[in-house]
Design a binder for this molecule. Structure first.
Ligand code: DLL
Length: 434
C-alpha cells in the first residue's frame, strides 16, 4: 500500500524529534512575541522561549484549555495579523459555547496534506470516488475530508449530511467508493440503504472514513458488515485543525498522529503529570507548524492511550487508541464513573437489539437513576413477550457487570430512537438540565 508522504510518515524517530524540537522552539518564540495571553502566562510561570532546550522542556510551559479559548474568543489567541487568516471554523461543543479555529493559507495546505495522508492510509487513491457526508460549514468534517480527497486526486463529492435517501441514490449513481461521515450517520445510512430495498451489493463502497465521535470496535464490525467495507477511524478537533490530526492505516491498530505537525502528550487529568507510554490519560497537543492559532499544550479532554511502538504498516508516527470518551462526557452515577462507550460495547454484542440507544440519567428522590433505552430489531419484534423479558434481563445483567451499577433497561419499538446525521446525542443528563 503506497504511503502518501513516505519521507515524513516513516521518518526515523530521532530525526523526527530533532525536527519537532526546532519547530517547537520557533513556535514558542512566535507566541511569546505575538500573543499576549501566552506571554503573560509564561512570565508568570517563569519560562522564556530560551528555556526550551529539549522536547522534555515542553512540560515547563503552562497548559491551554477550552476555557482559555472561550475567554479570548474570538481572536485573542491568534498569532498572525487577521488579514493573514483565510478560513475560520467553529464547534459548539457539548456546552453550546463556540470555540473558534482559524487558519492561514499555509495552515489550510497543511490540513489538506494530513487529510491526504489519512485517506491514503485507508487505501483511497486517484480514481476513487470520495463521498463526504460530514456537514460542510463551520464544522471541520466536511471541508477536511474534501480537501484530502482533492489532494489525493480522487473525485470529491461534497454531499454534506442529511437527506439520506438522496445520499444513497447518489452513492449508487456516482459509484462512491469511500464514505466520510460520523460512525453513527454511517449506521443510519446503512439502515436507509436496506429500507430502500438495496443491500451492500448494490453499492460500490470499499472504505469508510469515520470519526468526530467515540465509537467502539463492536460498532466498527457492525458497520463493516452492513456496508461491506473496511471502516477506519479518523480523529481531529476544530481548535487544532479538524479531521486528520490522526488517522488509522489498513492495520486498524490505532491512529497515527501527524507528529511532524503536532506533539502529543498524555497526562493524568487530575495531576497534569505525564503518564508512562501506553497508559491511559488525557491527550494534550502542541501545534508546531500552525501559523494562525498555534495552541500550546492544549488539553483536549479526550482520554486515550498513546504508543510509540512501530506499526506493521511501516509508519513511525506514534499511535493513539480510540478515545474512550472525554473527561467531560464521563457520567458520575451514584458515585461510579461511567462512559457511554462502555454501554455501547455491551449493547453492540447483544443479539436481537438494533444498534440505536439512548442513555437517560436523572435524579429521583436524591438518588441517581440510569435508564438505557434500546431499540429491538425488527427480528426481535416477532419474539414472544417471554423472550423480550429474557432479553431485558440479559442486557441488565451484562450492563451491571460492565458498569458496576444497575441500569434500568427499557426496550423500545424499532425506529423510535432519533437517527443521527452528525454527532449522535446518546446521553440526556436531566440532572444538568434542572
Ligand atoms: O469532530 C473534527 C473531526 C471531523 C474529526 C470529522 C474526525 C472526523 P470537533 O467538532 O471540534 O471536531 O470535535 C472534536 O470530537 O475532541 C473528540 O472528543 C471527538 N472526536 C473527534 N474524532 C474522534 C474519533 C471534529 N475518531 C472532538 N473518536 C474531539 C472519538 C472523536 N472521538
Amino acid at each position: 500500500m503506497p504511503i502518501w508522504n513516505n519521507e515524513m510518515e516513516t521518518i526515523d524517530r530521532s530525526r523526527l524529534e530533532a525536527m519537532q524540537l526546532e519547530r517547537l522552539q520557533k513556535t514558542v518564540k512566535k507566541v511569546y512575541d505575538n500573543v499576549v495571553p501566552y506571554r503573560e502566562r509564561m512570565e508568570k510561570a517563569g519560562v522564556t522561549p530560551e528555556d526550551i532546550k529539549t522536547l522534555d522542556d515542553l512540560s515547563k510551559l503552562p497548559f491551554t484549555t477550552k476555557d482559555d479559548l472561550r475567554e479570548y474568543y474570538p481572536f485573542g489567541l491568534f498569532a498572525v495579523p487577521l488579514e493573514e487568516v483565510t478560513e475560520i471554523h467553529a464547534s459548539s461543543g457539548t456546552t453550546g459555547k463556540q470555540v473558534i479555529g482559524g487558519l492561514t493559507e499555509n495552515d489550510v495546505e497543511m490540513w489538506a496534506e494530513i487529510a491526504a495522508r489519512s485517506l491514503s492510509a485507508m487505501g483511497a487513491e486517484k480514481g476513487d470516488v470520495v463521498h463526504t457526508s460530514y456537514g460542510f460549514g463551520l464544522f471541520t468534517g466536511g471541508f477536511g475530508a474534501h480537501y484530502g480527497a482533492r489532494k489525493i486526486g480522487a473525485m470529491a463529492i461534497p454531499m454534506s449530511s442529511g437527506n439520506s435517501k438522496r445520499q444513497i441514490k447518489l452513492m449508487k449513481d456516482l459509484g462512491s467508493t469511500y464514505l466520510c461521515c460520523t460512525p453513527s450517520y454511517a449506521m443510519s445510512l446503512a439502515e436507509v440503504l436496506y429500507d430502500m430495498g438495496y443491500t451492500k451489493d448494490d453499492i460500490s463502497l470499499k472504505g469508510g472514513v469515520f470519526g468526530a465521535e467515540p465509537w467502539t470496535e463492536e460498532m466498527r464490525r457492525e458497520i463493516e458488515d452492513k456496508l461491506g467495507i473496511k471502516a477506519y477511524d479518523i480523529y481531529g478537533l476544530t481548535e487544532v485543525v479538524g479531521p486528520g490530526v490522526s488517522y488509522e492505516c489498513t492495520e486498524q491498530a490505532g491512529m497515527h498522529i501527524n507528529e511532524d505537525h503536532f506533539i502529543a502528550e498524555v497526562i493524568d487529568p487530575e495531576t497534569g503529570e505525564t503518564v508512562p507510554d501506553g497508559s491511559m490519560g488525557e491527550l494534550v497537543f502542541t501545534c508546531i507548524t500552525k501559523e494562525a492559532m498555534p495552541l500550546i499544550r492544549y488539553r483536549t479532554r479526550d482520554l486515550c492511550v498513546v504508543t510509540k511502538q512501530k506499526c506493521k504498516c511501516g509508519r513511525t508516527f506514534a499511535r493513539m487508541s480510540k478515545p474512550v470518551g472525554r473527561t467531560d462526557d464521563m457520567l458520575i452515577i451514584r458515585g461510579v464513573n461511567v462512559f457511554p462507550s462502555q454501554i455501547e460495547e455491551v449493547l453492540m454484542r447483544t443479539d436481537g437489539i438494533a444498534p440505536y440507544y439512548q442513555i437517560i440519567v436523572d435524579r429521583v428522590n436524591n438518588k441517581d437513576t440510569l435508564d438505557v433505552l434500546i431499540e429491538i430489531s425488527s427480528m426481535g419484534m416477532s419474539d414472544e413477550i417471554r423472550d423480550l423479558e429474557q432479553l431485558t434481563k440479559n442486557v441488565s445483567k451484562e450492563l451491571l457487570s460492565a458498569l458496576g451499577i444497575k441500569a434500568n433497561v427499557k426496550l423500545v419499538e424499532p425506529k423510535t430512537i432519533t437517527r443521527s446525521e452528525g454527532k449522535a446525542v446518546r446521553v440526556i443528563d436531566k440532572r444538568i438540565l434542572r
